[in-house]
Design a protein around this ligand. Structure first.
Ligand SMILES: O=C(O)CCC(=O)C(=O)O
Ligand SMILES: [Fe+2]
Length: 119
């Protein structure tokens, strides 16, 4: 889908581009209405050269698991409200990520995932 960005997203993207020293050409918003909403274990396609995810709202568990079993321990994060998580380099090649259900969490989380995508 190709739409002009709302101004607030342009502003956030410009801050990210300054901080990270690179350019984005895509943004996807994910809304997790409460802890019942999850995203299953996956890697994003390699067209996603860089994914910079800004977390807003509830802290949710964010788990990275190595694709190769026993290559490394899972990495469990809880990105805080307002935090930035960047996936780049070989992250998608070597790791899968997921946000599991946490039914006790009643608040919502939104992530803004700015992406540098090449066809
Ligand atoms: O919600 C997030 O921070 C990341 C979600 C995700 O893995 C994705 O959009 O590919
Ligand atoms: Fe993802």
């Amino acid at each position: 889908m190709h739409h002009p960005y709302p101004e607030v997203l342009v502003e956030i993207q410009e801050v990210l581009e300054t901080v990270l020293g690179m350019q984005f050409n895509h943004v996807m918003l994910n809304r997790y209405e409460d802890g019942g909403v999850s995203i299953g274990r996956h890697s994003d396609t390699l067209e996603n050269k860089v994914i910079a995810s800004i977390s807003l709202g509830a802290e949710r568990q964010f788990i990275f698991r190595p694709r190769e079993k026993s290559a490394a321990e899972p990495i469990k994060l809880r990105p805080a409200d307002g935090s930035l998580l960047v996936m780049q380099g070989d992250t998608q090649v070597n790791w899968k990520h997921e946000i599991p259900r946490e039914p006790s969490i009643k608040r919502g989380r939104i992530s803004l995932t700015f992406r540098q995508i090449y066809a």
